[in-house]
Design a protein around this ligand. Structure first.
Ligand SMILES: *Cc1c(COP(=O)(O)O)cnc(C)c1O
Length: 347
């Protein structure tokens, strides 16, 4: 069977976008940074454009070319990191829209590309990117004169609906944008689920498109099958893998499968993850190594050709839970070595 196989269901991603768009009171863009959270920016962008998405958000200008090529000239491509030194040519040539984060970035943009579209990113409490209230107050008139396309801000705790930061950030964002006649975008996946007060003119979900929490109703977008390379019999007391970190308590049958931490199967899943033989769970035993991991299949009647790491019984959030991380990290860690199959491309 060769390399492990990652199946990306573009129809599920499109369906997730449509459902998030139905929940959003305004327009619904897509966050497609980090190679569409590891799933492949070009095919994902094409599919989402066909579904009707018209606003694409990337992290850095370097991600622009792939998206522009995939979606063509019409859709808007916004850049969260704004206008950084050296970005002007890429921004101009590809028609990207930087979300400027500071007075310095605003000056850089207006100087390098006068008349070229831009947006503003405000910091209403996350303390990561964007202009804080005092900086914005000083700059606001000048910035608005240059006619920004969009004002965005970002929620720090949107995946916790009862968190007091949500309301506090909403109040702050409203105050900072009061009287601005510019479209506003405030919510990613979590904010959409907080309700219409958080939606403003444009939402920009990421993780919900790709099947992750907090969008509990999302269709899963990925499946990952790991081919079995070899099976061996162990006597009670023998150990498996680097460091001998698992000892067979009784005679055991161990399957070695073709994927490891170089493929994004985090090493902290050693002796913790579960893979599935159809409907039967099988524990990963021993350390995850770079290219391989080992699975206790003693209880199986027959050894399958492949075991499922992501599939009907285990999604990205369950795997993340076992690894002590979040679905976002599971997705973006997925390596380049898989055989990738895109389902639903022409649908
Ligand atoms: C990544 C990101 C998003 C998308 O967030 P999700 O939680 O994946 O929906 C939206 N806005 C900004 C500023 C981001 O950095």
């Amino acid at each position: 069977m060769g390399a492990a196989r990652l199946t990306i269901d573009l129809d599920s991603i499109a369906a997730n976008w449509e459902r998030l768009a139905r929940l959003s009171t305004g327009e619904t863009g897509v966050t497609i940074k980090a190679d569409a959270y590891g799933l492949g920016a070009a095919p994902v962008a094409r599919r989402l454009a066909r579904a009707g998405a018209r606003q694409f958000f990337v992290a850095i200008a370097e991600e622009g070319p792939t998206i522009r090529q995939a979606v063509g000239a019409g859709p808007e491509i916004f850049v969260y990191s704004g206008h950084m030194t050296g970005d002007a040519q890429t921004i101009r040539n590809l028609g990207l829209i930087p979300l400027v984060n500071s007075a310095e970035q605003l000056a850089r943009h207006l100087e390098a590309l006068p008349g070229h579209p831009f947006g503003i990113q405000l910091d209403c409490g996350m303390n990561r990117l964007g202009m804080k209230p005092a900086e914005w107050a000083a700059l606001r008139d000048l910035a608005l004169q240059a006619r920004p396309r969009l004002i965005v801000s970002h929620l720090a705790c949107a995946d916790e609906p009862d968190h007091p930061m949500n309301g506090a950030q909403l109040t702050s964002f409203r105050a900072m944008t009061a009287g601005c006649d510019v479209p506003r975008s405030f919510s990613a996946t979590g904010g959409i689920l907080l309700g219409p007060a958080f939606h403003f003119d444009l939402t920009r979900p990421g993780i919900g498109l790709y099947g992750g929490a907090p969008f509990a109703e999302a269709f899963p977008a990925v499946a990952l099958e790991l081919p079995v390379i070899q099976v061996r019999e162990l006597a009670a007391g023998e150990t498996v893998g680097y460091g001998g970190s698992w000892t067979a308590p009784a005679p055991a049958r161990i399957a070695t499968v073709a994927a490891g931490y170089a493929d994004g199967i985090l090493r902290c899943l050693s002796n913790r993850a579960t893979v599935w033989a159809d409907d039967t769970p099988c524990p990963v035993v021993g350390r995850v190594s770079m290219d391989l991991l080992t699975v206790d299949v003693t209880h199986l009647d027959a050894i399958p050709d492949a075991l499922d790491l992501l599939g009907p019984h285990q999604g990205i959030d369950e795997l993340a839970e076992a690894a002590g991380t979040i679905g976002y990290e599971i997705l973006t860690a997925l390596g380049a070595r898989y055989r990738r199959r895109y389902a639903g491309q022409r649908a």
